[in-house]
Design a protein around this ligand. Structure first.
Ligand SMILES: Nc1ncnc2c1ncn2[C@@H]1O[C@H](COP(=O)(O)OP(=O)(O)OP(=O)(O)O)[C@@H](O)[C@H]1O
Ligand SMILES: [Mg+2]
Length: 243
């Protein structure tokens, strides 16, 4: 791991652009050469980050995604900031815009491609815990890429129905993302995800049932689809109704 001083990091920020910060902590910088410097907070013991620092997890996740054929950042260097002991990863900026921005500007229709992309990730055994729409880039060259990849798990097989359902949680965590899903139609989004997923009828049912229980925002759509498929009339639209 390389070392860098706080002063040098400040100079890089001044010559470039600060992309994200809170309080006095700068989370991401674009330097004058178009590289991104992402700084991690230090977690105090007994956090799991004390065992495997976030910066190292980030690098491992990016490598895993590359192996599974998913676009993500290519990390060039990892630094320790001398005075604070924080870590910084440096990677090339990917030409593109966040999915949230694209949806805001061009409309919700891009959610169709995103539903298929989620199905692809799940098929390839990728569980991306931070999958909100600002952490998914729409590349100028076409296709999607993942950023902010500290929390990625790779499974040997496609994700099971429960984990698939759980992964819709971050997608519905932000009001602006929920609004886009509503505009597009939650049922339509789920149908497109399912159409692109290779699930048996039983696994589809399990997925929809888990989603109904785990995700308040998608519960009604999941319930309606589940009932449609089993030919049972939707008895209740309630999220927590025993079924
Ligand atoms: N490879 C990249 N190409 C283009 N832009 C990027 C890239 N990586 C990060 N960015 C931009 O940098 C900023 C910070 O990225 P990142 O998502 O990693 O951290 P964060 O948003 O601070 O974390 P969190 O999502 O947990 O709040 C965002 O504005 C993002 O759009
Ligand atoms: Mg982010």
């Amino acid at each position: 791991m390389l070392r860098i001083s706080e002063t040098k990091l400040k100079q890089i920020a001044e010559a470039g652009t600060i992309l994200a910060d809170d309080d006095s902590f700068v989370r991401a910088i674009r330097d004058s050469d178009g590289r991104i410097w992402k700084q991690f907070r230090k977690k105090s013991f007994p956090s799991t980050a004390a065992l495997l620092p976030y910066a190292k997890r980030f690098v491992k996740s990016a490598e895993l995604l590359a192996k599974r054929g998913i676009n993500s950042v290519a990390v060039r260097d990892i630094y320790t900031v001398a005075e604070t002991g924080r870590h910084v990863v440096v990677y090339d900026e990917m030409p593109g815009r966040s999915l949230r921005t694209v949806l805001e500007i061009e409309g919700a229709q891009h959610l169709s491609d995103f539903a298929q992309f989620m199905a692809l990730l799940h098929e390839r055994g990728i569980y991306f815990r931070s999958m909100h729409l600002d952490n998914v880039l729409v590349l100028d060259a076409g296709g999607f890429a993942l950023i902010d990849v500290t929390h990625v798990e790779g499974f040997r097989k496609a994700l099971n129905p429960w984990r698939r359902a759980r992964n819709f949680k971050p997608v519905t965590s932000y009001a602006e993302d929920r609004a886009m899903l509503d505009q597009y139609g939650c049922s339509r989004f789920l149908e497109e995800y399912l159409a692109a997923s290779h699930l048996t009828d039983r696994a589809r049912q399990q997925f929809l049932l888990h989603l109904q229980r785990l995700n308040d925002h998608l519960a009604d759509a999941a319930n309606a689809l589940r009932c449609d498929e089993t030919g049972v009339a939707a008895k209740s639209q309630s999220t927590h109704q025993p079924v």
